[in-house]
Design a protein around this ligand. Structure first.
Ligand code: FAD
Ligand code: ZN
Length: 466
């Protein structure tokens, strides 16, 4: 019997797709990679995932796991060979359990992030992971990529919000590690091995996630800074004054907001043009007015110290949303402007002003007129430092001809300043060669040993990451 027939027998023919338009699964969100799957399979239970793994392992056929297909590094789509099975977890989308007293929620891997947030909110609880793709990305994908987003400063990334996992291994066994324990020192931390493994070690089928009480009030402010060093000074002031109440700190270079104004002219400009803009968010168990007055006194002190030149505090939830909307419109405006060379980098916060000054200068010397779309989660030391072709130049040509040279300039500088060339999006295909070239040989050898031990047949996501 052919593999496709056997898979149809296990899952039902309706859940094994080989014909028609499969581009929703075969093409990535950025449309950089377009593969061809042997079949798209859609198991509905953990046992069915194990059955798919068993059949594929017996046939020696590779499996590419996929959640919401919003990943940005090409890790979740099949290659062009037509020999890989695309395993979509989208049908495994249930919240299995919410334990209010333990502050945990257990969800299947294909559960959309926003569904988890809403299930928690319905009980007055918060699942803090938040990113612009939350309406379609999944818990499994968030954990497989160890996603970050806009609340990392306070709550950590996906790894910090995960207490337990259920995983189907390459031997088609089910590991039930769905613990809701905060403390469990019983040997190697297998959970942390799978978090961030980008589908190369096992298939996550469910997770137990950490919740917190919903804050009583969330306040947002928009501040203008003359320099990036001033943004860092504001961050440190905010940390000292707001403590754990500081839940978001996003910085945006002028050109990123210019692009938003150009492509989304209906959105408001909240302050006159300024070299840098910061979005600050404060969440608190205190009421609204206490939070607002703390915010106002922080911004007053920042104005006095010269770190900020102008600022507004949102008066309402609608205004707060408008601020976030502007920030989240940057990647969309950038896509409207044309292809660009993206970098998702992290650095010690203290090194960021000097890194940006030197790297901007090096890029301008090499590519006169080049445009830098620089924005990101400054509170986490994470910049989306994207390089757009000079005006009038074809973005596609710039990407295909210059990507390697631009990456070398940026990543060499990142290394000099003690940073990382992948902060939150992962490795996938996009940065696989960078990983091989830049990660220490000792670390690479340990990573390869782990892969060989857990997936000796190279069944899961071959050619990605390693
Ligand atoms: P997919 O894209 O389907 O898969 C991603 C990777 O995980 C692939 O390698 C895949 O093989 C693997 N995988 C998926 N599910 C499983 C599973 N169940 N078991 C094992 N492996 C699996 N990322 C951030 O960190 N911070 C951001 O702020 C952020 N913003 C974004 C904004 C937009 C508009 C978009 C499109 C993406 C953004 N991302 C961001 C990228 C990000 O990685 C994801 O959106 C998300 O974490 C991926 O989830 P997904 O379900 O779409 O995974
Ligand atoms: Zn980001």
């Amino acid at each position: 019997m052919s593999l496709v027939a056997a898979l149809s027998g296990a899952l039902g023919a309706a859940n094994v797709l080989t014909e028609g338009d499969l581009s929703a699964w075969e093409r990535d969100w950025r449309r950089r990679w377009h593969g061809k799957a042997l079949a798209v399979v859609r198991p509905g239970t953990t046992a069915e995932v194990a059955a798919v793994v068993r059949l594929c392992a017996a046939a020696g056929v590779a499996i590419v796991p996929q959640g919401g297909n919003t990943g940005l590094v090409g890790g979740g789509v099949p290659d062009a060979s037509g020999t890989q099975v695309l395993l979509s977890l989208q049908r495994m989308n249930r919240v299995r359990k919410l334990d209010e007293a333990n502050l945990t929620l257990t969800a299947e891997a294909g559960c959309v992030l926003q569904t988890v947030q809403e299930a928690a909110a319905a009980c007055g609880l918060l699942f803090p992971l938040s990113l612009a793709a939350e309406g379609s990305c999944t818990v499994g994908g968030n954990l497989a990529t160890n996603a970050g987003g806009t609340q990392v400063l306070r709550w950590g990334n996906a790894r910090d919000l995960c207490l337990g996992l259920e995983v189907v291994t390459a031997q088609a066994q089910v590991w039930d590690g769905l613990s809701g324990l905060r403390k469990d020192n019983t040997g190697y931390d297998l959970r942390d091995l799978f978090v961030g493994s980008e589908g190369t070690l096992g298939i996550i089928t469910a997770a137990t996630l950490k919740l917190a009480p919903q804050p009583a009030a969330t306040t947002t402010a928009w501040a203008a800074c003359a320099t990036l060093a001033d943004c860092v000074a504001l961050l440190n002031l905010a940390r000292r004054r707001l403590g754990a109440g500081l839940t978001g700190f996003e910085a945006m270079g002028r050109f990123s907001l210019d692009l938003v104004a150009r492509h989304f002219p209906q959105l408001p400009r909240l302050l006159p043009e300024t070299p840098w803009t910061v979005l600050l968010e404060q969440s608190d168990t205190d009421g609204e007015s206490a939070a607002r007055s703390r915010f106002e006194s922080l911004l007053g002190a920042a104005l006095e110290a010269g770190a900020v030149t102008d600022a507004v505090v949102a008066e309402s939830l609608a205004q707060s949303k408008a601020m976030w909307h502007l920030r989240e419109a940057i990647p969309l405006a950038q896509a409207e402007e044309g292809l660009n060379i993206k970098h998702d980098i992290s650095l010690p916060v203290s090194a960021i002003p000097a890194f940006v000054e030197q790297t901007d200068a090096a890029l301008h010397r090499r590519y006169p007129g080049v445009r830098l779309v620089n924005f990101g989660h400054l509170g986490d030391g994470n910049l989306h430092y994207n390089v757009q072709a000079p005006p009038g130049e074809d973005g596609r040509r710039f990407l295909s001809d210059e990507e390697h040279a631009v990456n070398t300039i940026v990543f060499d500088a990142v290394a000099t300043f003690g940073g990382s060339f992948s902060a939150e999006h992962g490795i996938g295909l996009l940065k696989r060669d960078e990983l091989a070239a830049r990660k220490s040989p000792v670390a690479l050898q340990m990573m390869r040993s782990v892969k060989a031990a857990l997936d000796p047949q190279g069944l899961f996501n071959p050619g990605r990451m390693l």
